[in-house]
Ligand binder design. Structure first.
Ligand code: SF4
Length: 353
């Protein structure tokens, strides 16, 4: 029986499952990586689809599963093939060099960079080139119940996304019903934004409005204030292509690390009522006590219905090491890594379930 998408959270998981299974990338050989709840300090997207260069993704895997932040990326992208004093190798970061030195030490600890001391000077050398692995970034806003007021609220966010052009495409995903999406609901949306209806029971989706590709390589406009009346001017600032490229790489890194199954990190798979239920469209968390997919907000430390796994589940009476809660986390982590070629060595370490 399908696990109903009776909350925005459940709908979001269904959209991620569908995208991982069915998303058609612009270039046929691209590999799709899906993540949820990521963005910048100004904007968080519900679902992100990365269309990745297959060789680049494989090469990225050689750096391990953890994300690099933008300071790390600044070093990795300019790290030389031969030993060089770090200040000669790297462009001026625009912030104090001591932070660059911190990043260099962190990268060395992760074996992502070679370092040595020559007198008082730190020299660096790359262990391997950091690849250009992301071809396209697609942002999806999930709104299962697209009422007139929800559409109006969303329109302003979509305008901001289009003006900034950080993602190659922006979409709205809404739940498919027996009725078609009323064109009047879409009238406020910028024409560049695509609209998708998702049938969560069948695990299918249909495009209602095709998006236009945004100019991610050009300047963007960040709308900082958009008055609701017709008289006041909007406030905005320009952002340059380098800023956008840096943000895209940092977002992609976080998406690579987190994927969309990280809900187990904040939910309570160690609760006796927590289950992963599978149907033909994928696997979803399920609460036996609530008889539905709990929201991430419900399923946490303060949940009044929480009951710990019986101790016997964790010991000899249960065949899975650490009990089903720990096994659930390992299962989800394994699924995440299966989508990331080059991390097989971590998979082996994880297969002790
Ligand atoms: S009872 Fe509460 S903590 Fe346990 S699975 Fe359900 S929502 Fe999560």
């Amino acid at each position: 029986m399908p696990v109903s998408s009776d909350s925005e959270f459940a709908f979001e998981l269904r959209v991620c499952q569908w995208a991982e299974r069915e998303w058609t990338p612009e270039r046929a050989d691209s590999v799709v990586v899906v993540a949820r709840q990521l963005g910048t300090q100004y904007r968080r997207w519900d679902t992100l689809v990365l269309e990745c260069d297959p060789e680049g993704l494989q090469a990225r895997g050689a750096f391990g599963a953890d994300a690099f932040d933008s300071d790390h990326l600044h070093v990795l992208e300019h790290a030389p093939a031969e030993w060089t004093f770090y200040r000669d190798a790297l462009p001026d970061p625009g912030y104090p060099w001591r932070y660059v030195r911190e990043s260099i030490h962190e990268l060395a600890d992760r074996e992502a960079l070679d370092t040595r001391k020559r007198g008082r000077r730190i020299e660096i050398r790359r262990t391997r080139p950091y690849p250009d692995w992301v071809r396209r970034v697609v942002a999806i806003e999930n709104k299962p119940d697209l009422t007139a007021s929800a559409a109006r609220d969303l329109a302003g966010q979509l305008e901001r996304d289009v003006a900034l052009g950080l993602a190659d495409e922006v979409w709205v995903a809404t739940e498919a019903t027996d009725e078609r999406v009323e064109p009047i609901l879409l009238a406020d949306f910028p024409p560049e934004a695509g609209v998708l209806t998702v049938d969560t029971d069948a695990g299918t989706a249909e495009t209602v409005w095709e998006p236009r590709s945004l100019d991610v390589d050009g300047h963007g406009t960040r709308i900082t204030d958009r008055p609701g009346d017709d008289y006041s001017a909007a406030r905005f600032e320009y952002v340059d292509p380098d800023w956008k490229a840096g943000k895209r790489r940092a977002i992609a890194e976080r998406a690579y690390e987190r994927g969309w199954r990280s809900y187990a990190d904040t939910m309570r798979p160690d609760c006796r009522h927590f289950e992963l239920r599978a149907d033909e469209t994928g696997v979803s968390p399920y609460c036996v006590a609530k008889e539905r997919t709990p929201t991430a907000r419900e399923c946490r430390a303060g949940c009044g219905s929480f009951e710990p796994e019986p101790p016997v589940w964790r010991t000899n009476g249960w065949p899975i090491e650490g009990g089903p809660g720990a096994a659930t986390k390992r299962l989800l982590a394994r699924r995440r890594r299966e989508r990331r070629p080059g991390l097989e060595y971590l998979l082996v370490a994880d297969l002790d379930v």
